[in-house]
Design a protein around this ligand. Structure first.
Ligand SMILES: Nc1ncnc2c1ncn2[C@@H]1O[C@H](COP(=O)(O)OP(=O)(O)OP(=O)(O)O)[C@@H](O)[C@H]1O
Ligand SMILES: [Mg+2]
Length: 199
């Protein structure tokens, strides 16, 4: 069930600014809300901690710091930015633009080469910035509704590290499901470089 306090915290901050707040359709996540103003849509996600549990508050604070830190660094081509972040007693809230997406279970292999290239580019960017996503799963990869764009979300578990198994994990995950096998085929191959003439 959606946390009452989360809803109240978001309402308190956003309603005075003219935003409409509602649960996000098509997700069972109780820590996610949708905000709307002037036709612009956003997602507010809460990382909450248990009442009166300082250890859990520390865990949530860490996750909040990790996620906001990565979101602030992401390049514009990623398609995901940090719009706002704030803390209340129990909630740590992260606001990003809403991205209309479809479930991987309805993916039929469209644009596989392009999508695999986007995932590779994103992992390459993370590696260059010594960020390990650390929670590579299909549920943490959004596939846009037109199936032309794909990107990693959810950086709560990310860590600063130059050694990382994100690539290996992603390849295994893509290979596992019949719907994403086509992506795995392109993901696993090196970028084609044209052979030079030996003449
Ligand atoms: N920017 C966004 N636009 C649209 N939907 C989003 C966005 N961010 C998150 N969602 C939806 O909310 C879900 C949960 O997001 P996220 O993974 O960041 O939260 P989480 O609490 O870590 O969830 P989980 O524990 O399942 O990984 C996503 O799978 C997606 O359905
Ligand atoms: Mg997630």
């Amino acid at each position: 069930m959606l946390s009452k306090q989360f809803l109240l915290d978001v309402k308190e901050r956003y309603e005075p600014q003219g935003y409409t707040i509602r649960p996000l359709k098509d997700t069972k996540h109780v820590n996610i809300l949708q905000l709307e103003k002037d036709g612009n849509l956003y997602v507010a996600k809460s990382i909450w901690s248990e009442v009166g549990n300082p250890e859990d508050a520390k865990r949530a604070d860490k996750a909040f710091r990790r996620e906001t830190s990565v979101l602030k660094q992401l390049p514009s081509w990623w398609g995901l930015t940090l719009v706002d972040s704030f803390k209340t007693e129990l909630n740590r809230v992260i606001v990003t633009p809403y991205i209309e997406h479809i479930s991987w279970s309805s993916y039929k292999g469209k644009n596989a080469k392009e999508l695999a290239a986007q995932l590779k580019k994103q992992l390459q960017w993370l590696e260059t910035h010594k960020i390990c996503h650390n929670d590579v799963e299909l549920k943490n990869i959004l596939l846009s509704k037109d199936q032309k764009k794909v990107f990693f979300i959810d950086f709560e578990k990310s860590k600063r590290s130059s050694t990382c198994s994100d690539r290996k994990n992603l390849l295994e995950i893509l290979q596992e499901s019949s719907t994403t096998k086509s992506l795995a085929k392109y993901f696993g191959t090196k970028t084609q470089t044209r052979k030079r003439s030996t003449k």
